[in-house]
Design a protein around this ligand. Structure first.
Ligand code: COA
Ligand code: AMP
Length: 637
């Protein structure tokens, strides 16, 4: 592991010298119906578009071409579900027939190129078939994570306006059965837009009620499609056509619809498998995420399949299904060579099995690399994993918007030395600067806003779904010439990137991205709340958890504990259990600056037990003592 023996610097310099040659070479690894007329067209789109004039199909590249090339008998997907006691392998050949059938089913429900299809699904193979079947038809999928509540789903239904929704009767959270259908029904009743069809996968753990006319039993429609030997061909789409919309938290309660295109997405993800992750076609790869998140889209479904790998679809948790050895069991049983997950999963494992005793029961001889992302990988977690797994443990940084890694350690090009706390170096395609508020580039080791020089590389979002202005305003306006990542950090003397915190109100709870602004909107909607602030406070397991401070309206004299419990239930009901909002604290007043801004940073420092100073601009210093007292009563700080 020596910086001089890695090919990284040469490859990055090759990209810098001529990005179009670089991405043109990478594009040769994709099968096109028509090759792109331009590798990059700077006059198209908002900041330019990749591979204009190219015609392709994402499902073809993920499935059909591997069957054509002789991989039909190789496992494409292994569904490993400790919560249902199932291990099921799908070869590329079988995957092809499943997506042909589901594509035909969707087509019979009227889905054609450009139509939207929402998936509100647990981690079952049908979710993957659904995404690929949409891609096959040129339809645009939008997967909504199962941990979101009906209202969040309704917002997405109204924005995406799907013709069809694919869902299931339930999800399984450890031993708990979570009925999905009541949430789906409520979401559709809340939404203005009404989908014509819902295809519901009835799982044995829970039978959902099906509404006559709108709802259809997935299995029955599938059997019918099998009986009539239905099939469908891949529909050619433009490289620049949308493949999917994935909603992510923005600074308000209205989520942002991140758009992914077909061509750039394939080129970037295919490139990443060998060069960044060092994985070869035919090898077994596991991304321990959920198809509802970007990591799940890119690295459970698309990238491993573009590359001809076997991808694991795991319906379980790192702990409790059945124990903290679950990850090692999966790696050993299926011969996983590389695992990609969030540090929080390893914190959970370490907490339950600090000496990694369970690890010793499994043969991990094939396992080569652990990749972490989704939140900052704290050095103790990395060191623990290194010590016990005895393989490189590599942090890398990326966002829903980028779709793949911004900075990482490219083992495929030759691993670079690990520096704890750093996500490592920029990938080809990303020119990263650290700037101050005036957009002035900062020297090494100085913290500032992390920005990426335009154009963004292939795979990154070209815009937000039907919101070009919001895209420009949110990401391009503040630092002209750059994409604003909304992360703050610095680069060291060797160009290693350190991502330290968000510059907006986004917090990261167990690797899940959430908006505190969105939660404040919910709290403010409670009848007794006059004022509120939600902030992320340190949590040993989840990294951060939200904590809400509420000031009650004058005259409210119900017990605080009662109101606080209502607030907790309200966030669960409006946003969902994924928010992990369990702590509401009633305070008499919120600390503010003289101009009326709530001093969130100071409250956070007190809650986290960090060193803090009395802000010079504070309106009334006594409020901080009141807040400290209230926190103590709730066991915080
Ligand atoms: N459907 C319905 N509910 C869900 C859900 C889903 N798909 N996923 C999570 N939830 C619920 C959980 O049951 C939990 O509910 P509860 O408050 O009733 O217990 C809540 O949402 C919070 O879930 P989570 O944050 O996952 O916490 P957890 O305590 O269940 O598990 C970890 C903690 C660390 C084990 C878990 O978060 C984990 O494995 N994280 C990995 C993160 C990850 O994959 N990130 C993706 C980016 S790489
Ligand atoms: P998401 O869009 O859900 O993938 O969340 C993206 C955000 O998660 C980033 O903007 C960062 O704030 C954070 N993040 C993801 N990966 C890392 C990492 N390796 N180090 C630090 N922060 C990270």
């Amino acid at each position: 592991m020596d910086a001089r023996t890695s090919r990284y610097h040469d490859v990055y310099a090759h990209w810098q010298r001529n990005p179009e040659v670089f991405w043109g070479e990478a594009a040769a690894a994709i099968d096109w119906y028509e090759r792109p007329k331009k590798i990059f067209d700077r006059h198209a789109g908002i900041y330019g578009r990749w591979f204009t004039g190219g015609s392709c199909n994402t499902c073809y590249n993920a499935v059909d071409r591997h069957v054509a090339a002789g991989r039909g008998q190789q496992a494409a997907l292994i569904y490993d579900s400790p919560v249902t006691n199932t291990v099921q392998s799908f070869t590329y050949g079988r995957l092809l027939s499943e997506v042909q059938l589901l594509g035909a089913m969707l087509r019979d429900f009227g889905v054609t190129k450009g139509d939207r299809v929402i998936l509100y699904m647990p981690m079952v193979p049908e979710a993957v078939f659904g995404m690929l079947a949409c891609a096959r038809l040129g339809a645009i999928h939008s997967v909504v994570f199962g941990g979101f509540a009906a209202k969040e789903l309704a917002t997405r239904i109204d924005d995406a306006k799907p013709k069809v929704i694919l869902s299931a009767s339930c999800g399984l959270e450890g031993a708990r059965v979570i009925p999905y259908k009541p949430l789906l029904d409520e979401a559709i009743s809340l939404a203005q837009h009404k989908p014509a069809t819902c295809l519901i996968l009835q799982r044995p753990q829970c039978q959902a009620y099906l509404m006559e006319g709108r709802d259809h039993d997935w299995r029955k429609v599938w059997e019918n499609a099998v009986n009539y030997a239905k099939t469908c061909e891949c529909v050619p789409v433009a490289a620049t056509d949308p493949l999917y919309i994935l909603y992510t938290s923005g600074t308000t309660g209205i989520p942002k619809g991140v758009v992914r295109d077909n061509g750039g997405h394939m080129v970037a993800l295919k490139w990443s498998m060998q060069n960044l992750y060092g994985v070869s076609p035919g090898e077994v790869w596991w991304s321990g995420s959920d198809v509802g998140w970007v990591v799940g889209h890119s690295y459970i479904v698309y990238a491993p399949l573009f590359h001809g790998c076997t991808s694991i679809l795991y319906e379980g948790k790192p702990v409790g299904t059945p124990d903290a050895g679950a990850f090692w069991r999966v790696c050993s049983q299926h011969g996983v060579v590389a695992l990609f997950t969030a540090p929080t999963a390893f914190r959970a494992i370490r907490k339950e099995d600090p000496d990694a005793k369970l690890l010793k029961q499994y043969d991990l001889s094939k396992f080569r690399t652990l990749f972490l992302a989704g939140e900052r990988a704290d050095p103790p977690t990395i060191q623990w994993a290194e010590e016990h797994l005895k393989v490189p443990v590599l942090d890398h940084w990326w966002q829903t918007e980028t779709g793949w890694c911004i900075a990482g350690n490219p083992v495929g090009l030759g691993q670079l030395p690990v520096r704890y706390g750093s996500a490592c170096v920029p990938m080809p395609g990303y020119a990263i600067d650290i700037v101050d508020e005036a957009n002035k580039v900062q020297p090494a080791n100085k913290i500032g806003s992390i920005v990426v020089k335009l154009p963004l590389p292939p795979g990154n979002f070209p815009t937000l779904w039907q919101q070009d202005d919001r895209f420009k305003e949110s990401y391009l306006a503040e630092f002209p010439g750059y994409y604003k990542t909304a992360d703050a950090g610095y680069k060291d003397d060797d160009g290693y990137v350190y991502v330290m915190s968000r510059t907006d109100d986004i917090i990261n709870v167990a690797g899940h991205r959430l908006s505190t602004g969105g939660m404040e909107e919910v709290l403010a909607g409670h009848q007794d709340v006059a004022e509120c602030a939600v902030l992320g406070i340190k949590d040993e397991l989840k990294g951060e958890v939200p904590c809400g401070f509420i000031v009650l309206k004058a005259g409210v004299n119900r017990p605080h504990a009662e109101i606080e419990a209502e607030i907790v239930a309200l966030v669960r009901d409006k946003i969902g259990p994924v928010a992990a909002f369990k702590l509401a604290i009633t305070v008499a007043r919120l600390p503010k600056t003289r101009s009326g801004k709530i001093l969130r940073g100071t409250i956070k420092k007190i809650a986290d037990g960090d060193v803090w100073q009395m802000p010079a601009t504070i309106d009334d210093p006594a409020i901080l003592d009141e807040i400290k007292g209230a926190m103590k009563e709730h066991g915080v700080g």
